[in-house]
Design a protein. Structure first.
Ligand code: PLP
Length: 283
């Protein structure tokens, strides 16, 4: 595949960065994952805006204006073969001469983008839902930032993988935060519940779309703190992300969620999401 590194498009296998890059040494960087349907980036303005917020918060100068980012992403999409793509966009604080926690006097951010085929959940996975486990959320207190320092997320996701499960649902102090790489919604008494945005979870682009679709279609929904026990006794639990879209969690820690099959509210939301995606693709 073709990637973009610091101004040039090149084969991914040929791209090289310095081992002195702070992205490599410290995980000192910000990233985004942007889904592309029929060669059209989905919600790109929102992804670029979130990137800007992360960069501001971690004090990496944003190397591009929004329009430039959109041009780079568009060019990368055009240079890769797949119709549906997942664009990975990464900005690190760049290289330094010495390994030093303090920022370099002059920051030269490294900009790296690559494309992969976008593989959304198959019909079989959608029909069965996925199994998840739970774990204590031991990440830092700025989970609202999409930084490349993902060691905690990797360790937490692996807890699920080691048990043959797809995702780890995280609880902090008795409350639901999110998944290791997704946001989590639940349904109780037919009402969709979502945890409020805070420093303890990533404000998902898909999370926003799901709440917009709930409002648009008149689905009762509340954004409020969700207790661990409310998740364990929910009728439905879903995970959402740019690549997984809306996916039912049908077992949690080996116990069925609801009747153990994807529920009606989630199936409807998945259909609304597909419909919404298609209308955006046609503009
Ligand atoms: N939460 C975490 C920790 C994530 O890594 C992700 C992204 O994969 C999400 C939530 C979902 O965010 P989005 O819907 O913007 O992909």
């Amino acid at each position: 595949s073709i990637c973009y590194l610091d101004g040039s498009y090149q084969p991914l296998t040929e791209a090289r960065i310095s081992p002195m890059d702070r992205g490599f040494l410290f995980g000192d960087g910000a990233y985004e994952v942007i889904p592309v349907y029929s060669r059209r980036p989905f919600r790109i303005a929102e992804h670029i805006a979130r990137l800007g917020r992360t960069l501001d918060a971690v004090r990496i100068p944003n190397p591009h204006a929004a329009a430039e980012w959109e041009t780079i992403v568009g060019e990368l999409v055009a240079r890769n073969a797949w119709v549906d793509q997942s664009i990975y966009l990464h900005v690190s604080r760049g290289p330094d001469e010495r390994r030093n926690h303090a920022f370099p006097a002059v920051m030269r951010p490294t900009v790296f983008l690559m494309s992969e085929a976008l593989v959304t959940p198959s019909a079989e996975v959608l029909a069965s839902g996925v199994a998840a486990v739970s774990a204590a959320d031991f990440r830092w207190a700025r989970c609202d930032l999409k930084t490349t320092a993902l060691l905690a997320n990797c360790l937490l996701r692996q807890v699920a993988i080691d048990k043959g499960c797809a995702e780890t649902v995280l609880f902090r102090d008795g409350f639901l935060t999110e998944g290791a790489a997704s946001n989590i919604f639940i349904v109780r008494d037919g009402v969709l519940l979502a945890p409020p945005k805070s420093h303890l979870m990533l404000p998902g682009i898909t999370y926003d779309v799901v709440l917009e679709l709930a409002a648009r279609h008149g689905l009762k929904h509340r954004v409020r703190e969700i207790l661990e026990d409310e998740v364990r006794t929910a009728e439905e639990v879903w995970l959402t992300s740019s690549t997984k879209e809306v996916l039912a969690i049908t077992s949690l820690d080996g116990r069925p969620v609801g009747d153990g099959r994807p529920g009606p509210v989630g199936r409807e939301m998945h259909a609304w999401y597909q419909e919404f995606k298609n209308t955006v693709m046609r503009v």
